[in-house]
Design a protein around this ligand. Structure first.
Ligand code: DWN
Ligand code: ZN
Length: 404
């Protein structure tokens, strides 16, 4: 029985995927055993947090060999540019503003603030991506964010006007330390905003591939508002984002410093309607996951039996859960095409499907392509217009398996 990391109540298991490898550790030598852990998710009936029951030590996931670079998507580059613009707007009337970004990755967002001489600090534990951010003129500290580091930052730089984090807060197991660090580092009227995959979308779309080692928490307005209260913070606004398959951006301030918007109330209502505050709301999730995984495997087996080549597109972290759970391996998928140099020439975790360059895909495209990077569908469909016009078909799988 696992305990909730926020409030210590007993978690109720929502889904158990069994043994899984580390999602972003692309394999160099397929003969060497991989690190494995048990991937399962539980719901806390006390504070409504949905979280991994077993976690992988952070240093196993985020280190100098980290393979994910945010700047591989142009849509994401535009998204981060918009975040930088929003921050500039927020700090425009502030004297000596200071912006902190948790998990700044390769500097995709902070580069825009650095270029204008705005005081900032990026916190990034993976040394190789942090180096890329430095090269872009970003002030980076290679470290994990927690309450101790927050105190050090305040001593060195003062309080922060804005603290933000995209796809990072849900990665940090000691979430209470993050939130107490935030309440230390924020100035009295400061704003902390962060975005992560939205539990509401995961449940509605059955997008179960969002569940993997790096994602310890699956946030909702319900769980974030409870977590915030414990640390003297308040959820004052929320906005839904289309990126990464459906995310929510949560805006927090010190308790009493802001007025919660109507959107907070509206999301809380919608989440309660979906019963995300009751175990009942998760009762058929596991069955729906089994159906999608089974349908996908049957389709790929049928196509393969007809002699069709199938290639996958985007060696995502997410796909580690999908491919391993569905039992889709190199017998069904010829290779995964990806544009990230650190992934090419390696093998996908667990399934050992080879990762090849995009040039390989362009040279000899298959009739069927499994769209593992489904969250970048609009961008990829635009890029692959010719492929689709010439008869190429993408296989997508949320909320159901479709050939399009
Ligand atoms: O939270 C996280 C999210 C934001 O990013 C991290 N835990 C890790 C990572 O997750 P992911 O690997 O599932 O992210 P993406 O953005 O879905 O990965 C896309 C992959 O597809 C990258 O390896 C790049 C590749 N790609 C490609 O080959 N051609 C992407 C695009 C847009 C393309 O055109
Ligand atoms: Zn709890």
């Amino acid at each position: 029985m696992s305990k909730c990391r926020v409030c210590c109540a007993e978690l109720k298991t929502v889904i158990d995927f069994g043994s899984m490898p580390i999602s972003n550790r692309f394999v160099v030598d397929p003969h060497v055993d991989e690190y494995k852990f048990n991937l399962s998710v539980g719901f806390c009936p006390e504070c409504y947090m949905v979280e991994l029951e077993e976690c992988v030590p952070p240093s196993e996931m985020f280190n100098a060999d980290y393979t994910f670079f945010s700047s591989t998507s142009t849509a994401m580059a535009e998204h981060f540019h918009r975040i930088a613009d929003e921050i500039k707007e927020r700090i425009s009337d502030k004297v000596q503003p200071f912006v902190v970004e948790l998990g700044c990755n390769d500097g995709i967002m902070l580069q825009h603030l650095a270029a204008q001489g705005i005081a900032h600090l990026g916190i990034e534990p993976s040394a190789n991506v942090a180096l890329k951010a430095c090269e872009r003129g970003v002030n980076v500290r290679t470290d994990f964010f927690n309450a101790t580091l927050a105190r050090e930052i305040v001593r060195e730089y003062g309080h922060a006007t804005v603290v933000c984090g995209s796809n990072v807060v849900c990665h940090i197991e000691d979430i209470n330390s993050v939130f107490s660090g935030i309440s230390e580092i924020l100035s009295e009227e400061g704003v902390f905003f962060f975005e992560d995959p939205y539990l509401f979308d995961i449940i509605c779309k059955t997008s179960f591939d969002q569940i993997y080692d790096e994602h310890v928490y699956y946030f909702s307005a319900l769980s974030v508002s409870n977590l915030a209260k414990r640390h003297g913070l308040e959820l004052v606004d929320i906005s839904l984002q289309e990126v990464h398959g459906g995310e929510a951006r949560y805006y927090l301030m010190k308790q009493g410093a802001g007025h919660p918007s109507a959107r907070v109330e509206e999301r809380l209502r919608a989440e309660k309607q979906l019963k995300l505050d009751k175990y009942e709301g998760y009762s058929d999730f596991s069955q729906r996951v089994k159906k999608i995984s089974g349908d996908l495997k049957v389709l790929l087996e049928d196509l393969s039996a007809q002699g069709e080549r199938i290639v996958a597109y985007g060696a995502t972290s997410k796909s580690t859960t999908l491919l391993n759970y569905a039992g889709v391996g190199s017998n069904l998928i010829e290779y995964v095409s990806d544009i990230t140099p650190t992934k090419i020439g390696k093998y996908c975790p667990g399934t050992l499907i080879p990762v090849k360059s995009y040039a390989e895909f362009e040279k000899n495209p298959p009739l069927y392509t499994l769209l593992l990077a489904w969250n970048h569908k609009n961008e990829i469909f635009l890029k692959e217009e010719t492929y689709r016009n010439q008869g190429g078909r993408f296989i997508t799988f949320f909320p159901a398996v479709v050939v399009e």
